[in-house]
Design a protein around this ligand. Structure first.
Ligand SMILES: Cc1cc2nc3c(=O)[nH]c(=O)nc-3n(C[C@H](O)[C@H](O)[C@H](O)COP(=O)(O)OP(=O)(O)OC[C@H]3O[C@@H](n4cnc5c(N)ncnc54)[C@H](O)[C@@H]3O)c2cc1C
Length: 450
C-alpha cells in the first residue's frame, strides 16, 4: 500500500520553482533558481493522537501528507492513558486498542477521606500505554499513505517572505535550516506548540500534571486490576488518580500551574497514603495541559491547529485524547480543502468552517467543563457527595466515560442536569469566600490501595 502511494507521489509529484518574486507558474520569471522542491499537500507537525489523526484523515482523502515528529517513535508521553468512549469512537477503522486494563470500578476519595467504590457491569473506560497507542495511530496514518519523518524539530512556519514561493504555499522551517513546502499545515505539536504561537492561540487555563509509573508486585497489581482511584485534591481544582496497567500503576495528580511545590507535595502524599511509597517509579515526569480561551483562533492563513496545540481539552477532567483525536481528524479533513484553495479568500472560508466545526462540538463540551471546574474548585465535596451518593450523577459519569453521552449533550437534553448546573452556578456566585471543609458522608469505606 505504502509503495503504491509512494510511486504515485513520485509520478505526480508537484514541483514548484523557488523564486523571490513568486512566480511558481512561470519558470521564466526573474529570480528563477535551480532548486526544484516538492510541495506537500499537507504537512502535519507532531505525531501524537492529534497529528496522527490529521495525517490519517488527509491521507485517506488521497493527498500527499508528511507527518513530522521531533522524537523517535515510540516515545513516552506523560499521560494517564484513559480512553473514554469518544476516544474509542474516533479511531481509524480496524484500529485495535492495546488495552492494558479495562475499568469496571472507580474508587472515589476526597483528599484521602470518605472513600467509596462504585462498580459497573459494563466497562467504563480502558487504559493504554501512550507509546504503544500513539505508535499504532501513526502506523495507521502511514498505511493510509502518509509519510513519516521522525527526529525532526519544526522551528517555525512562514506564510510570507523569501522562503515562501507563492501565496498558496507555507514554508515549514526545520531546526538545522531545511525548509519544506506545503499547501496547508496542521499544527499538532502539543502543549508547548510553536505552531500554536504562530496562530496566536490564547489560553485561559494552564495546569501542571505530575505522574509516576510505579512497577508493583503481583499481589498489589491484582488488588488494582479493573479498578481506578480518583481523589479530589487539597489544591482548588486539583485531583489525583491511580490507573492500573498490569504490573505498573500510573499514579498522577493535576493542578493549576503556579502551584508546583504544592502539586509535588500532593503527589508524594498521595503515593504515601496509598502505601506505594516503597516502590521505585520507573518514570517520574510532568507535563502542562492547556485550555483555549473562547475567542482563541484555530487557524491563521493556511495553518490550522488541533489537540493540545490548540488548547482543546476538557477543562474539568483535563481529558485530552478524545479532543486530540476528534480535532485532529477535522483538521486533516479541512486541511485537504485548504490545500485545494486557490486564493486566500477560499482558504479563509475553509479555515472558518474548521473553526465552526470545532466550536459547535468540542467548544460546547469545553464550556460545560469550564463551568463544572469553577464549581469544583470551590466545592469538591459536592462533587464527591454527588458521584458517590446520588445515582443520576454516577449514571452521568458512566454515560460520559462509556461514550453514550457527553457533557454538552447531558446539559442540552436533561432538564435536571441543566437545573443542577444553573443552581451550582448560582450557588457559586453567592459563595463568598470559598466553602469550608467538606462534609460528604462516608457511605461505604474500603482500602483504596495497598
Ligand atoms: C499528567 C497528564 C495525564 C493525562 N491523562 C489523560 C488521560 O488519562 N486521558 C486523556 O484523554 N488525556 C489525558 N491527558 C491529556 C493528553 O495527554 C493530551 O491532551 C494529549 O496527549 C494531546 O494529544 P496531542 O496529539 O495534541 O499532543 P501530544 O500527545 O503532546 O503530541 C504532540 C507531539 O508533537 C511533537 N512535537 C512537539 N513539538 C514539536 C516540534 N516543534 N516539531 C516536531 N514535533 C513536535 C511531540 O514530540 C509530540 O509527539 C493527560 C495529560 C497530562 C499532562
Amino acid at each position: 500500500m505504502r509503495g503504491t502511494v509512494r510511486q504515485r507521489f513520485d509520478r505526480e509529484q508537484q514541483t514548484i520553482v523557488s523564486s523571490e518574486n513568486s512566480s511558481a507558474d512561470d519558470p521564466s520569471a526573474d529570480g528563477v533558481q535551480d532548486d526544484v522542491q516538492r510541495v506537500w499537500d499537507v504537512v502535519v507537525v507532531g505525531a501524537g493522537p492529534a497529528g496522527a489523526s490529521a495525517a490519517y484523515a488527509a491521507a485517506v482523502a488521497g493527498r500527499r501528507v508528511l507527518l513530522l515528529e521531533k522524537a523517535e517513535l515510540p516515545r513516552y508521553k506523560t499521560c494517564g492513558g484513559g480512553i473514554i468512549g469518544p476516544s474509542r469512537d474516533s479511531l481509524p477503522p480496524g484500529f485495535e486498542l492495546p488495552f492494558r486494563d479495562r475499568v469496571h470500578a472507580v474508587t472515589f476519595s476526597n483528599n484521602g477521606r470518605f472513600t467509596r467504590t462504585r462498580r459497573s457491569k459494563q466497562m467504563l473506560f480502558g487504559l493504554i500505554n501512550r507509546p504503544e497507542f500513539d505508535q499504532q495511530l501513526v502506523e495507521h496514518a502511514q498505511k493510509a499513505g502518509a509519510e513519516l519523518r521522525t527526529g525532526v524539530t519544526v522551528q517555525r512556519v512562514e506564510q510570507h517572505g523569501s522562503a515562501v514561493p507563492d501565496r498558496r504555499t507555507v514554508a515549514v522551517v526545520l531546526q538545522g535550516g531545511e525548509t519544506l513546502l506545503a499547501r496547508a499545515v496542521v499544527g499538532a505539536d502539543g502543549s508547548a506548540s510553536r505552531i500554536g504561537a504562530h496562530v496566536g492561540v490564547k489560553l485561559d487555563q494552564v495546569d501542571l500534571g505530575l505522574e509516576a509509573e510505579i512497577p508493583v508486585p503481583e499481589t498489589v497489581a491484582e488488588d488494582w486490576q479493573g479498578r481506578v482511584l480518583i481523589d479530589w485534591g487539597p489544591i482548588p481544582g486539583s485531583y489525583g488518580w491511580v490507573f492500573p496497567k498490569g504490573d505498573t500503576l500510573t499514579v498522577g495528580v493535576i493542578s493549576a500551574r503556579g502551584e508546583g511545590a504544592a502539586t509535588k507535595r500532593y503527589l508524594e502524599e498521595f503515593i504515601g497514603r496509598l502505601g506505594l511509597a516503597g516502590f521505585e517509579p520507573s518514570i517520574s515526569s510532568g507535563h502542562l495541559t492547556r485550555c483555549r480561551a473562547d475567542d482563541s483562533p484555530l487557524s491563521r492563513g493556511r495553518v490550522l491547529v488541533c489537540g493540545d496545540a490548540a488548547g482543546l481539552l476538557e477543562p474539568w477532567t483535563r481529558e485530552g485524547i478524545s479532543f486530540a483525536l476528534r480535532s485532529g481528524r477535522l483538521a486533516g479533513e479541512w486541511a485537504v480543502r485548504i490545500a485545494e484553495a486557490h486564493d486566500a479568500v477560499d482558504a479563509r472560508r475553509q479555515a472558518l468552517n474548521y473553526a465552526f466545526a470545532i466550536k459547535a462540538g468540542l467548544g460546547v463540551e469545553m464550556s460545560v467543563g469550564r463551568r463544572l471546574l469553577t464549581v469544583f474548585e470551590r466545592r469538591p465535596g459536592l462533587f464527591h457527595a454527588a458521584l458517590t451518593g446520588f445515582r443520576p450523577a454516577w449514571n452521568a459519569f458512566k454515560g460520559i466515560t462509556q461514550g453514550s453521552t457527553s457533557l454538552g449533550e447531558l446539559v442540552r437534553t436533561h432538564p435536571m442536569a441543566q437545573r443542577a448546573l444553573t443552581a451550582l452556578d448560582r450557588r457559586q456566585a453567592d459563595t463568598e469566600p470559598a466553602a469550608t471543609p467538606e462534609s460528604a458522608p462516608a457511605t461505604e469505606t474500603e482500602g483504596a490501595g495497598s
